[in-house]
Design a binder for this molecule. Structure first.
Ligand SMILES: C[S@@+](CC[C@H](N)C(=O)[O-])C[C@H]1O[C@@H](n2cnc3c(N)ncnc32)[C@H](O)[C@@H]1O
Ligand SMILES: O=C(c1ccccc1)c1ccc(O)c(O)c1[N+](=O)[O-]
Ligand SMILES: [Mg+2]
Length: 214
């Protein structure tokens, strides 16, 4: 039986990375995607911008929409201080199985809560089921037509506070036009574009950082 790309990516991590060393897991995945098979991780170039924003926010509670193989999960979680946590949502169970192993290889399983399910179903459960008061940081990297729906849902569920930082991947490629329009014109958000490139390519892409003003 044929393996899947996430399974081949996991094998590369287990072969090349050192257990308990998040940076080696990140490098193993970036090398696999640059030299073996492209995959839709945020990548090293946009990942460095993600690192800066996460370090600046230093969140107590963070949310990631779209786990895939756990690459950006590892990037974010490795920067979080003890007693803080990252909740990451993934609706493809096969991807979640791989992500759990990647996150464990990096030794970050105690900081990460990976929940299998759709963001539209899980976000309304965050307060009751997951004991979340509000999010300090949200990384949007799931299907692009869900970004706008999900930040409106986060607003309605009272999960954003004055100062919550939203960072959205792929606002140029594949693109999230309705989301960009919303965060750039809505007075309740202060938005800024970080120009970069689609992971492992020369194609333009970028991240949009939006601060919720309450
Ligand atoms: C681009 S990949 C995530 C990449 C990851 N953030 C990284 O940089 O390593 C997008 C993922 O979002 C998942 N996804 C898409 N829509 C979703 C939704 N509504 N709820 C949960 N997961 C979703 C897909 O199954 C896919 O694994
Ligand atoms: O949509 C794609 C896509 C479209 C077509 C083929 C492969 C991937 C994609 C490309 C780069 C991303 O960073 C990303 O997050 C996604 N995604 O699926 O969410
Ligand atoms: Mg992306």
């Amino acid at each position: 039986t044929w393996s899947t790309r996430p399974q081949r990516l996991l094998k590369a991590v287990q072969k090349k990375a050192t257990r308990g060393d998040p940076q080696s897991v990140i490098s193993a995945i970036d090398n696999f995607c640059r030299h073996k098979e492209w995959a839709m991780n945020v990548g090293d170039e946009k990942g460095a911008i993600l690192d800066c924003v996460v370090s600046e926010v230093n969140p107590s509670t963070a949310l990631e929409l779209g786990t895939y193989c756990g690459y950006s999960t590892v990037r974010i979680a490795r920067l979080l201080p003890p007693e803080t946590r990252l909740i990451t949502l993934e609706f493809n169970p096969d991807y979640a199985v791989v992500a759990r192993q990647v996150i464990a290889w990096a030794g970050l399983q105690d900081k990460v809560e990976l929940v299998v399910g759709a963001s539209g179903d899980l976000i309304p459960q965050m307060k009751q089921q997951f004991g979340v008061k509000e999010f300090d940081f949200v990384f949007l990297d799931h299907w692009k037509d869900r970004y706008l729906l999900d930040i409106k849902l986060l607003e309605e569920c009272g999960l954003l506070r004055r100062g919550t930082v939203l960072l959205a991947d792929n606002v140029i490629c594949p693109g999230t036009p309705e989301y960009l329009e919303y965060v750039r014109t809505n007075p309740r958000y202060e938005s800024r574009y970080f120009k970069s490139h689609l992971e492992y390519t020369k194609v333009e892409d970028g991240l949009e950082k939006s601060i919720f003003l309450g």
